[in-house]
Design a protein around this ligand. Structure first.
Ligand code: AG3
Length: 283
């Protein structure tokens, strides 16, 4: 096997790696914020890598983008205003805009180059970018949330890279506090929360930070994502209001197509593994 034909991401500390066989490297650049690479793979379509970490592949991004969006949007009673912090590839934005209740979806990614590359190499993720409800901003999401007025948004989705480099501040209590302050009554934050198998400590710190920022209701959802370390990923919702129920009827009758999400997947994603319950004293 010629290693140069493979892209490999090693999971630091986990003694594990994930590789994809590549046909060719399509692009690389150092943006003002991070090192961006695009590969054409043998079997996963195109692959975007940021600072050595896999972000999106054509073939399997639907798991992540659907699970970052639909569970929260079908839990909030009436989500009208949604912000996506990060998410520059526009895949989360596309899923959010599938909801008719959404009147405004603002994507705030610090790095415009991610979106410009997604437009070229992942055009299917960018197909809703011209929706009149969509707005794309290329500024610092941490500052955007800090400066926002109270009651200016219903759901904040944090579609970030790992908590190193530009995304580090997105995992802090100060950031969650700023989110809490600008969210409406039933407001919620949804954040990608890494792998419960590989990054349990980080997940615990994140949940603690969310709780101490004022969010009384937390829910971690689990889903497969073979591109990311361990192949088993999570998103965590921190909410002002109870998360005990979601809008099951609306989920069951969703008027749009999805590839992974449906009402049964939603229910299943809420199930908490034994080790997870023990780690965080959940009932
Ligand atoms: N967000 C990145 C998830 C973290 C992946 N981590 C890793 N490969 N080590 C993905 C952006 C998709 N919109």
């Amino acid at each position: 096997m010629n290693p140069s034909e493979w892209f490999t991401e090693q999971a630091a500390g986990a003694g594990s790696a994930f590789s994809l066989k590549i046909k060719q490297k399509l692009h690389e650049e150092q943006s003002d914020f991070q090192f961006l690479e695009i590969y054409e793979t043998e079997t996963f379509g195109n692959l975007m890598v940021i600072d050595g970490c896999t972000m999106v592949s054509t073939r399997d991004n639907f798991f992540y983008h659907e699970m970052m969006s639909h569970p929260a949007l079908f839990t909030h009673p009436a989500p009208k205003r949604v912000w996506i912090i990060g998410g520059g590839d526009c895949g989360t934005l596309k899923e959010v805009l599938k909801h008719d209740s959404v009147e405004q979806a603002i994507q705030i990614d610090i790095d415009e180059r991610v979106t410009r590359l997604a437009e070229i190499y992942f055009p299917e993720l960018c197909e809703s970018n011209n929706d009149p409800r969509a707005e794309l901003k290329f500024i610092d999401g941490i500052k955007w949330v800090k400066d926002a007025e109270p009651n200016s948004v219903d759901i904040i989705i944090v579609d970030s890279t790992d908590p190193v480099g530009p995304a580090e501040g997105l995992f802090s209590k100060a950031f969650y506090r700023d989110c809490f302050n600008c969210l409406s009554e039933h407001g919620m934050v949804v954040q990608q929360s890494e792998s419960a198998l590989f990054h349990l400590k980080l997940l615990g710190e994140m949940r603690d930070a969310m709780g101490s920022a004022g969010f009384d209701h937390l829910q971690t959802l689990f889903f497969p994502q073979c591109l990311y370390p361990s192949g088993w990923w999570s998103a965590t919702i921190a909410s002002k209001a109870s998360l005990a129920k979601f809008r099951e009827l609306d989920s069951a009758n969703k008027p749009f197509d999805t590839t992974y999400y449906n009402i049964d997947i939603h229910r299943a994603a809420l199930a908490q593994p034994e080790f997870f319950k023990k780690a965080f004293s959940l009932s």
